[in-house]
Design a protein around this ligand. Structure first.
Ligand SMILES: [Fe+2]
Length: 303
């Protein structure tokens, strides 16, 4: 068992967390693992935080979603504006799905906006086929649905959205990001693309940029999809807890061991490791500094 266990969850800022729990419940995230209101040291905000698991999670769609509603200051910081996809910051959550077209239809019927109609594609260099579609959640967060048909045809069962397959984020230097996250266990490259993905063209406010993206897999947990745009577009990192996907966490079995490994690797922590009593157990995390100063943490899930 390696120290780092892939993407454990993606954090999503929302203005109305009860409505968000209902929406993501319809997307399959019906397990409330904890529901905490109070101080969140590290980012040092007061927030309500709900960790959601998906009972349909599989090894290829294992990740969770953490909803955050910032309660102090002026409330939830607004979503960064002016971007399309892949600008500096977290830009999407991708769920693995069995029968993408079916799940896409279901979500649209439930009130989500379609951002990309289902289509089939393949990625190189391993010629892996996939089905893909996008919707926006009610707060305009980009939610990708993917079925990696070229990896396996999914586990049997009814059409469903599984857990998080990967998180996408914009970076400044893709080689630097790749080297950094390889040391955190994301060692296998599933694909690399320097072709602009045409169905995304309508998302950009102006002329679409060039896109260079890769997907890095960890042996366990969700994957990462760093993207670099040329030209880079606006800084879309925003404040902690901003509306939309804003952070992700790498799972560890033991926080002290994970922190010790980060220190060995020369990675700086942002603040001290934290243990929060969430009633049903403990939420343990430590934020660390990645090459682009994204909001990234280690998490030990004792809930
Ligand atoms: Fe993606």
């Amino acid at each position: 068992m390696s120290t780092f266990r892939g993407v454990d969850h993606v954090g999503v800022g929302v203005p109305d967390i009860d409505a968000a729990v209902r929406f993501y419940g319809r997307v399959g995230f019906s397990d409330v693992l904890f529901d905490y209101t109070g101080d969140v040291p590290g980012p040092d905000r007061s927030a309500r935080v709900v960790m959601l698991g998906n009972p349909g999670a599989t090894p290829i769609g294992p990740g969770r979603i953490k909803l955050v509603q910032v309660l102090d200051g002026d409330g939830p910081p607004p979503a960064p504006t002016g971007g399309g996809w892949g600008e500096l910051g977290i830009c999407e959550i991708c769920l693995h799905a069995r029968a993408v077209d079916h799940v896409h239809r279901q979500l649209v019927a439930a009130g989500a906006e379609s951002l990309m109609e289902p289509l089939a594609a393949d990625v190189q260099p391993h010629d892996v086929s996939l089905d893909i579609a996008y919707v926006a959640d009610p707060w305009q967060g980009k939610l990708e649905l993917i079925e990696w048909t070229g990896l396996w045809r999914s586990l049997p069962g009814n059409p469903r959205a599984e857990g998080v397959n990967h998180v996408a984020f914009g970076v400044a230097d893709i080689d630097r990001t790749r080297a950094f996250y390889e040391r955190l266990g994301f060692t296998e490259m599933l694909f690399e693309s320097t072709d602009f993905f045409d169905p995304m063209a309508p998302w950009y406010p102006g002329e679409p940029p060039d896109q260079h993206m890769i997907m890095m897999l960890s042996a366990q947990g969700g994957a990462i999809e760093p993207v670099v745009l040329d030209p880079p577009g606006p800084d879309c990192r925003g404040e902690w807890g901003h509306i939309g996907p804003f952070e992700f966490a790498v799972g560890v079995g033991n926080l002290e061991q994970g922190v010790a490994r980060l220190r060995e690797l020369g990675v700086d922590l942002r603040g001290e490791p934290q243990t929060i009593d969430v009633g049903t157990g403990e939420w343990r995390y430590a934020y660390f500094r990645d090459p682009d100063d994204l909001y990234v943490s280690l998490v030990e899930a004792r809930y």
